[in-house]
Design a protein. Structure first.
Length: 294
């Protein structure tokens, strides 16, 4: 199983530190932001200890394709209301693509955006325009559009909306998909019937475009359109359903990434990865995360 979690890329070791953190969770995959997800401040690539990180990954059997990069939240290609917001989004996404190439990764996950009142069709067409501007120099990078929950005016909560982007974008060969379990649950897809969901995904988008899974439980009932992640087995989706997803034979080579909440400031990832790998839920996991192993 290719599985890891979101990890921090901060001073002083940056990407090297991110790989070390992933290894501390017994992971063989990881996801990073190239800088703070809420702003445009970025360290120079030469400061990120990229070569050292690659060496450590190779020594521990982590393939470069198992290092996922997530684009910052401030990118909103669907914004039809503010020209400056759209221009910032396209310019910054283009720069992020350059950075992903520079650190040797190949998958950049992107939230498609919110139409902020302009309507879904207008928002989808705006995203297409933004992708055409930002994706002109992709190099080895594939842009993985993330499935969303549909909260507010965000787009990408239906597989058909992502298909529309693929069908109309100029650089569709470089467009892939990241499927988030919490998001599609909150959008209304029934993960307890995951074979049917996956078959629908294959019919609409194609499994060949699925390159990343975000594995998260949800604090909300199915169809709530709220996007509130829960720890594995402690939400409305449930452990068995999520374990069935990560062990699905058609997804064996897809990178799985956890984005579950910290528990009292402690990262849960080592224990959640262990449970999912073993296909066995441990109700004491919260105590273990907090350091109480009674």
């Amino acid at each position: 199983m290719i599985i890891g979690s979101h990890v921090s890329m901060s001073a002083p070791d940056y990407l090297l530190g991110a790989v070390k953190e992933a290894l501390s969770y017994h992971a063989n995959a990881l996801m990073v932001y190239t800088g703070p997800p809420q702003n445009t401040r970025r360290k120079d690539i030469k400061d990120l200890k990229v070569e050292e990180a690659h060496t450590l990954m190779k020594e521990n059997g982590i393939d470069l394709r198992s290092m996922i990069v997530h684009a910052p939240y401030i990118i909103n290609l669907a914004n039809c209301a503010k020209k400056e917001t759209f221009e910032l989004a396209t310019e910054f996404l283009s720069k992020e693509i350059e950075r992903v190439n520079a650190i040797g990764a190949s998958i950049l996950v992107l939230h498609p955006g919110s139409h902020v009142g302009a309507g879904e069709q207008a928002g989808l067409d705006k995203i297409v325009s933004g992708l055409d501007i930002a994706m002109q120099n992709m190099g080895n990078v594939e842009l993985a559009i993330e499935t969303m929950s549909g909260k507010g005016s965000e787009l990408g909560y239906q597989f058909e909306q992502i298909r529309y982007l693929i069908d109309h974008a100029q650089y569709a060969d470089h467009i892939k998909v990241c499927l988030d379990t919490c998001h599609i649950h909150d959008a209304g897809y029934d993960l307890q019937a995951f074979d049917e969901v996956l078959a629908h995904f294959d019919d609409v988008i194609g499994l060949d475009r699925l390159v990343c899974l975000h594995i998260n439980d949800s604090k909300n009932v199915r169809g709530a359109k709220k996007d509130r992640h829960a720890n594995i087995g402690f939400g409305e989706i449930g452990f068995q359903t999520l374990a069935n997803v990560v062990h699905h034979p058609k997804l064996a080579n897809v990178v799985k990434i956890l984005e579950t909440p910290y528990v009292e400031d402690h990262p849960p990832y080592q224990f959640e990865i262990e449970m999912l790998r073993n296909h066995q839920f441990d109700e004491r996991v919260m105590d273990k995360i907090k350091g109480d192993t009674k």
